[in-house]
Every structure is written in C-alpha cells, then in structure tokens.
Design a protein around this ligand. Structure first.
Ligand SMILES: N[C@@H](CCC(=O)N[C@@H](CS)C(=O)NCC(=O)O)C(=O)O
Length: 220
C-alpha cells in the first residue's frame, strides 16, 4: 500500500489539529499524521522551519506546505473538487468564513490565552487578563446565539462547512472555561457537532491521550 500523499503535522488532542482532521475526514482524504510530540529533533526542526511560530496544524501536500487551519481547509476543499466545506455560493462562502473567523478569533483566541496562563509558575497569575478573556468568550457565545436565530442547522447554513470544522473542537474545549449557559441554539448546534461522524472520529483519535485540558469537565 502506498503512503497517503497528504501529511499533517499535528496532535490529535489539539483543537486546531482536530479542526483540520475533521475536514480531512469530511472530504474522505487519506493522510499521514506526523505527531509533533513524537517528532525526532530533525523532524521537529523541519516542522519549525515551515512555521516558526511552532503552531499546529501544518499540512504537507507534495512540495506545498500549507499553514493556518482555515487556509488548510480551503486547500483541502479545492483538492476534493470544491464547493463542500467552502460553499460554491459566494454569500454562503462568506458566511462560512465569517463564522470560522469569529470562532477562531474570539473563542479560540480567548481560550488560547486563558489556558497557557493556567500553566504559569505560582506568582505569575493574571486574574485581570483572565476576566477580560472570559468576557470575550461570553460575548462570542452571545453573538453566535444571535446568529443562529434564523434556525440554521449548521454554523453557516444547511450544510456542514468550514464554520463547523473549527467550531466542533473549539466549542467543545472552550465551554469548559465559560459554559454555554442559557443559550439553547448554541447548545443545540454543539450537540449536532458532537454527533457528526467526522468529529466523532477526531475525538476517538484524541482519546488515547487522555484529558489534558486544565479545566473541569463541562457540567451543563
Ligand atoms: N491560527 C492557528 C492556531 C493554531 C494553534 O493555536 N495551534 C495550537 C494547538 S491547538 C498550537 O500549536 N499550540 C502549541 C504552541 O502554541 O506551542 C491555526 O488556525 O492553525
């Protein structure tokens, strides 16, 4: 059997890694996982050379190195023939990209500032920064709840798109920092994401790594 052409530098527990994996599973594109945590020094140096920020995921497609999860999904969708995760209709595509940006910037962004602070050495806490980022998250939950008021099934409409690939993992982790609370549409969307086979598969990939999130499980 020949190795898959696509390689994904990632970690199955990482939210943005799961975002790319969900897209790969949705589009039925085989890939080889290059596990960042298990990379040899030489391999890790190659990974850092592609993206000096050291962020996952990174997709290798032949000679092409694609970084940033949303751009990876744009690339994958085109590779699979186009018009699925990035809708063919330009307005629908704009909505998918908008939801993706809001989730990435205001949910993922706030979450990725709060979590590293939890690993700081004692004496370096930042309760003011935490409170600011928790307010950003609550604001994002409100914005999404409002946006879902038109009764859409998925993040950007009636089909599963880029918007849902990121929302599945990012909402799953971020709700452990700020619960959904009294936002029924957000909760219902998240329930649908949890049942989506591509995300179920990504969660199964992550399961062997245990629960690495420094926050209690979601209770609501
Ligand atoms: N904007 C980036 C965010 C990627 C990101 O934050 N990745 C996290 C994992 S979820 C990471 O690599 N963290 C490791 C680190 O910061 O050292 C994307 O969309 O790909």
């Amino acid at each position: 059997m020949t190795a898959p052409a696509l390689k994904l530098w990632s970690h199955p527990y990482a939210a943005y890694g799961q975002k790319a994996a969900v897209a790969l599973y949705e589009l039925d594109l085989p890939f080889e996982l290059k596990l960042v945590a298990a990379a040899s020094p030489d391999d890790f140096a190659q990974f850092r050379a592609v993206l000096p920020f050291g962020k996952m995921p990174v997709l290798i497609d032949g000679e092409r190195q694609v970084v940033e999860s949303s751009i990876i999904i744009e690339h994958l969708d085109r590779l699979a023939g186009g018009g699925r995760l990035i809708p063919a209709d330009p307005n629908a595509a704009l909505e998918a990209r908008l939801i993706d940006r809001i989730v990435d910037t205001y949910v993922g962004g706030a979450m990725n500032r709060i979590i590293p602070r939890k690993f700081r050495p004692a004496g370096n806490e930042d309760p003011f920064g935490d409170a600011q980022d928790e307010a950003v998250l609550a604001n994002a939950w409100d914005w999404l709840e409002e946006r879902l008021a038109d009764g859409r099934t998925w993040g950007a409409g009636e089909t599963f798109t880029l918007a849902d690939c990121g929302a599945a993992p990012i909402l799953t982790y971020a709700r452990r920092l700020i619960p959904f609370g009294d936002r029924p549409r957000l909760r219902a969307w998240h329930r649908r994401l949890m049942a989506r086979p591509s995300f179920v598969r990504a969660l199964e990939d992550a399961a062997p790594f245990g629960d690495l999130m420094p926050a209690p499980p979601a209770v609501d």
